[in-house]
Structures are given as structure tokens and as C-alpha cells.
Design a protein around this ligand. Structure first.
Ligand code: SAH
Ligand code: SF4
Length: 380
């Protein structure tokens, strides 16, 4: 019999597992706390569990950490881990320290099938869904590596954003138990407001998340009309903007926050004009309580897209703010170690040939192509 990875279980799942071993339910809670609150990597460390249970567990269960390919520390304190998930696939997690919080950006898939034009992961195509254990292990690994590094027994990671590689709502069945581990008071005890799922707009799964595990929701909008969004976020052809906004409105009835965050990647000459900003206002004003988070595009080779310059981003933000919409511009963190949004490439065995497909279908909207040798990582 293959050993079961205990990181695959939320507390309910672990309780069922313990009962199958003939153990009382409260043993599951003890075990769960050892794993997630104390970072135990070995059953022998679990001193308040009976020796007989520990040896039973050794026979049937493991705690499967991810193997680290590399760990990079940015000059701004951002840390990026590259994890091997087998068969030539690697995924990334990024820790972003701020004065009042520590955020971990977590991956949900090796690659991504959505294929957004401006996203490095999208260009790699899709390889496979991560398991619950692989999603949880990113947090488990990072939290205990950070505690060790900082010499503390206190919690370091206060926020999780599902904004790494992959579309979390296309890996729903693995995602939800992982979120429950993050939220559980016997697990990481994170508040629902501090766990954010970011989605490119998988409408039916937004509806399910609302019932199964409402956490903060960020929606990658990136365009104010269907024609443009169809080009940038191909999933829009299946779930157009109007359906997406209706799902967002419904989500707010259960969400831990009273607004949806719309992410908007600022692409020079593509989606960043004053007219685009006005269209956005017309779309959301009076319909949905939201905030906008403008993300200056982080270029990567082969995207063929440019970052909007800072003046353009500020002017765009100003139009939204003047219309009464709270708007922030995301600070780029960790770009000296390629840890910024959309630069998470990991390494994926592309079984969908996404990059080749994208090359055959150039973006139909006006796109400013970089001049040879031009780099736009640090726009003025
Ligand atoms: N698949 C999910 C979550 C991962 S991407 C989603 O799309 O929402 C996290 C955020 O980074 C998304 O808003 C995504 O659109 C944005 N992003 C992707 N590539 C980017 C790039 N090259 N520059 C800036 N932001 C990017
Ligand atoms: Fe996938 Fe999100 Fe990248 Fe789009 S932006 S390709 S949904 S990871």
C-alpha cells in the first residue's frame, strides 16, 4: 500500500483517516496541530501521541515536503522558492515581507491552461494540477523555513494569495481543502480576509467557492470590453464580462470582504487609454463594490508586450479615483529575482503547445512591439 501524504488532508479528511486507523477523532486534531502549528516533519517528534499510534502512522503515512530546486532572496527581502514537482515540472512560491504583514504567493498548477497573452505561465501551457498536499506544502515549507531563518517560533506568514502559477479555480477540488487547512484554527488560523483566491474568471467555480469556502476574491479583469478581453484572457470567450460581474455580485453576499478586487495589468497601448478607464467605470459603477489594483506589466521574453509608463498608470488611476473607485498601483517586488507577477515561470512540460499556438495567433489589438534589445523591466 502506498503511504498517504497527510498534507493532502484538511482536518475533516484527517479525522476520517484517523478513524479508519481505529483512532479517536481528537487524535486527528493533535496530529494536525503537530504538522501545521509546530511544523513537525517526523512522527517521532509528536511526543503526546502514543508510541503505538506513531509506529502505526510510520507504516501508512508520510509528510511529503516539496523538494527545493532553488531559493532566491531579493534585495527587497522577497524570497522565491522553486519547487520540483516531478516529471520535469517545477512551481514557484514567493514570500513578500511588509511592515504589517507577511504574504505568501502560492501556485495551484504546473503551468496554466488559460493562456493569457501577458503571462509567462500562460505561455508555458498546462502540465498538471497540483495536489492539495503540494499546495499546502508550499505554505508549510515557507512558514517553517522563515521561522528558522528569523529565529522565531511566532507565525511569519499572515496572508496567502493564490496568485502564483496556475488558475486556482481550474483546480477546485484540490484548492478547497488546501484553503481549509490555511483557515483552520488548528492549522494556520488565517482569517478569511487574509486568504485571497485570484481568478481569471471561472464563473461556475466562483459560484461554488461562495458556498464551499468564501475567502477574499480577486478577479483578473485586464480589459473593459469583451472584444479586448477575449484577446487577452481567452477564458472570456467562455465566460464573458457580464456573466463574470454577475458572479462577482453574488459572491459578495457571502464574501468576508465587502468588495471584489479587480486586477488590471497595464499594457502599453493595449488596455491603458483614458477611454479604457472610462469604459471600466461604466462597467462597474453602481453595479459592484470593487477596488482596482493596477499591475504594471512585468515583461518576459516572447510576450511582445510593453509596460505602460508610470505617467500613464498614474493618469489611468486618477480617472478611476475621480469616479470614486478605490485604486492602488501594485508595487513591483522581487523583480531582481524574476519573482514579480506573471514572471513565475517555473519549468513546465508543455503538453498543450501553448507557446506555439500563441505565436500563430498574434494579438489583434494594437500592440507596441519592443525594439530589439530594449528592456522594459524598470520603466521610468
Ligand atoms: N491565474 C490567476 C492567478 C495567478 S496570476 C489569475 O489569473 O488571476 C496573478 C495575477 O498576475 C493576475 O492578475 C495575472 O493576470 C497577473 N499577471 C500575469 N502575468 C503578468 C505580467 N506579466 N505582469 C503583471 N501581471 C501579470
Ligand atoms: Fe493562467 Fe492567471 Fe497566467 Fe492567465 S494570468 S495564464 S489565468 S496564471
Amino acid at each position: 500500500m502506498n503511504a498517504v501524504n497527510l498534507l493532502d488532508f484538511d482536518l475533516d479528511g484527517l479525522t476520517v483517516f484517523c478513524e479508519q486507523l481505529g483512532e479517536k477523532r481528537f487524535r486527528a486534531t493533535q496530529l494536525f496541530r503537530w504538522i501545521h502549528q509546530k511544523g513537525a516533519t517526523d512522527f517521532d517528534q509528536m511526543s503526546d501521541l502514543a508510541k503505538s499510534l506513531r509506529s502505526k502512522l510510520k507504516g501508512v503515512a508520510t509528510l511529503q515536503d516539496l523538494s527545493v530546486i532553488s531559493e532566491h532572496v531579493s534585495s527587497d527581502g522577497t524570497i522565491k522558492w522553486l519547487f520540483d514537482v516531478g516529471a520535469g515540472n517545477a512551481v514557484e512560491s514567493v514570500y513578500i515581507p511588509e511592515s504589517d504583514r507577511g504574504t505568501l504567493c502560492v501556485s495551484s498548477q504546473a503551468g496554466c491552461a488559460v493562456g493569457c497573452r501577458f503571462c509567462s505561465t500562460g505561455h508555458q501551457g498546462f502540465s498538471r494540477n497540483l495536489t492539495t498536499g503540494e499546495i499546502v506544502a508550499q505554505l508549510w515549507h515557507a512558514e517553517y523555513a522563515l521561522r528558522k531563518r528569523l529565529g522565531t517560533t511566532e507565525r511569519v506568514i499572515s496572508n496567502v494569495v493564490m496568485m502564483g502559477m496556475g488558475e486556482p479555480l481550474q483546480n477546485y477540488s484540490a484548492l478547497v481543502p488546501a484553503l481549509k487547512v490555511m483557515l483552520d484554527d488548528h492549522g494556520y488560523g488565517l482569517s478569511r480576509r487574509r486568504v485571497t483566491v485570484s481568478t481569471s474568471g471561472v464563473v461556475p467555480m466562483i459560484e461554488r467557492l461562495q458556498n464551499d469556502c468564501p475567502v477574499a476574491l480577486a478577479v483578473s479583469l485586464h480589459a473593459p470590453n469583451d472584444a479586448l478581453r477575449d484577446e487577452l484572457v481567452p477564458l472570456n470567450r467562455k465566460y464573458p464580462i457580464d456573466e463574470l460581474l454577475t458572479a462577482c455580485q453574488a459572491y459578495l453576499t457571502a464574501a468576508p470582504r465587502d468588495f471584489i478586487t479587480f486586477e488590471y495589468c497595464m499594457l502599453d497601448g493595449v488596455n491603458d487609454t483614458d477611454e479604457h478607464a472610462r469604459q471600466l467605470i461604466a462597467l462597474v459603477k453602481g453595479r459592484i463594490n470593487c477596488k482596482f489594483n493596477l499591475i504594471p506589466f512585468n515583461p518576459f521574453p516572447a510576450s511582445g508586450l510593453l509596460r505602460s509608463n508610470n505617467e500613464r498608470v498614474q493618469a489611468f488611476a486618477r480617472i478611476l479615483v475621480d469616479a470614486g473607485i478605490v485604486t492602488t498601483v501594485r508595487k513591483t517586488r522581487g523583480d531582481d529575482i524574476d519573482a514579480a507577477c506573471g514572471q513565475l515561470a517555473g519549468e513546465v512540460q508543455d503538453r498543450t503547445r501553448a507557446a506555439a499556438r500563441m505565436l500563430r495567433q498574434p494579438v489583434a489589438v494594437k500592440v507596441a512591439l519592443p525594439k530589439p534589445g530594449e528592456r522594459h523591466r524598470s520603466a521610468p
